[in-house]
Design a protein around this ligand. Structure first.
Ligand code: FE2
Length: 150
């Protein structure tokens, strides 16, 4: 479901940037109730003018709907992609949390990894997370090994 075929448009160059935008927009909408260009620009650390340009392209691609005074709204296609990315982010965060890494430590790594995961990789990490949660002795051994090697 995460990797359900997308339209050619959304798979073209800039997929990663689009995924970052969609993730940021959905997070803003869920946190604040709306997503303004200024907030997206701040989240992604990108100039407002560039954000406006990208949002307009994403509007033409059918991923968002942009109204200057209302901010950015996700289309159902945009929301589907955003939810898949956020799910990957959360699954990866949960996996790394097992080893005592907090969300702040792992944020940048996860932002990179989350764009390059097939649904099989995601499922594998989820299964590993579940199994390690059920086997504290094994988890402790892995943690000890990581701290010894670092
Ligand atoms: Fe993310």
């Amino acid at each position: 479901m995460d990797d359900a075929p997308r339209s050619e448009d959304t798979l073209k160059r800039g997929t990663r940037a689009r995924e970052d935008y969609l993730e940021s927009i959905l997070n803003l909408i869920e946190e604040k109730g709306y997503a303004r260009v200024v907030d997206i620009a701040q989240n992604l650390n990108i100039a407002q003018a560039s954000v406006t340009g990208m949002i307009q392209r994403m509007d033409s691609d059918g991923l968002v709907s942009y109204e200057k005074y209302r901010g950015v709204i996700l289309t159902s296609e945009g929301e589907k992609i955003a939810r898949a990315i956020i799910k990957r982010h959360k699954s990866l965060a949960k996996f790394f949390n097992l080893f005592g890494m907090d969300d702040e430590d792992t944020y940048q790594d996860i932002e990179g990894i989350e764009h390059h995961m097939s649904s099989t990789t995601l499922k594998t990490i989820q299964a590993l997370t579940d199994e390690l949660e059920r086997q504290p002795a094994l988890l402790a051994r892995v943690k000890a090994r990581v701290s010894k090697e670092s």
